[in-house]
Design a protein around this ligand. Sequence first.
Ligand code: ADP
Ligand code: MG
Length: 317
Amino acid sequence: MHEAVVGAGTPAAGALGQGAVAPAVTETHLDLPLFSRGKVRDIYDLGEHLLIVATDRLSAFDAVLPAGIPDRGRVLTGLSAFWFGRLRDIVPNHFISTDPATFPPAVHAQRQMLAGRSMLVRRLRPIGIECVVRGYLAGSAWKEYAATGALGGEPLPAGLRMGSRLPAPVFTPATKAQTGHDENITLPRMAQLVGADLTRRLREASLAIYREGAAQAERCGLLVADTKFEFGLEGGEIVLIDEVLTPDSSRFWDAPAYAATGSTESFDKQIVRDYLERIGWDKQPPAPPLPPEVIAATRARYREAYTRLTGGPLPEE
Ligand SMILES: Nc1ncnc2c1ncn2[C@@H]1O[C@H](COP(=O)(O)OP(=O)(O)O)[C@@H](O)[C@H]1O
Ligand SMILES: [Mg+2]
């Protein structure tokens, strides 16, 4: 089922024909200077601009899996583009275009591969703080609360549990660690690093984006348990960069399941995590291959996240 059907399809059916799944794109090699290659995204350096290409690579338990998830990169880019459009009245962002016709001529031969998964953006100076907002207790926030009763050093009400909705969203910044996991920092520490004024503006912008995004997502049946924003500076103004409110920058939970059972399963990655736990992988790279049915079910989850949030199906390739 991961075989591309070569040949002309009707425009309505897309280039692959009805029901066919394009093969996953797990690496890109464009004739452009590389800016960075992350776990998921290959970013190319265009001088004043960057070309951010989301591949179909998937990581779980900190390891990149050998096979990709078809359509995952297009879902990530499609969701970022959707949110950049929706949120730009709250704070400006780096988005320029997802139309391959606007990309440099050097990559036009690969425009079909790039379509939908690539975004041209303005290159800015990153502020270097991971601006995390949490609406629910999970991950490192749950660990901190369980140990201390506080979050980011600020006390929270007693009696909260893993997955509890917080009385109000909380801004919990972190610094990017060179290796491994990010390091949570307090607001005073952030103010030492970037100044009190920038700290206040980043916190307010992050909370405002979270409130708007999470409210929209909840109406679509997805909870944004927590999420991370990055900002750059342009003429003294803060600008939202990187990706926004995607499954890779956020913990998405299924709202109906949470309401029914308190489930805090990852909307997108749970199937993969469950499989890797079930086969008893020791979590030491390299990660084992995924069976086709796990890949297919995970692909469906990403497509579902896109459809729920945007209200329409992921465009055909
Ligand atoms: N508009 C932009 N200008 C400059 N840097 C950017 C912009 N958007 C994203 N970045 C940077 O690109 C990098 C993306 O890295 P990423 O693919 O997330 O891998 P990782 O986070 O694993 O290093 C981040 O350092 C981010 O700050
Ligand atoms: Mg990143």
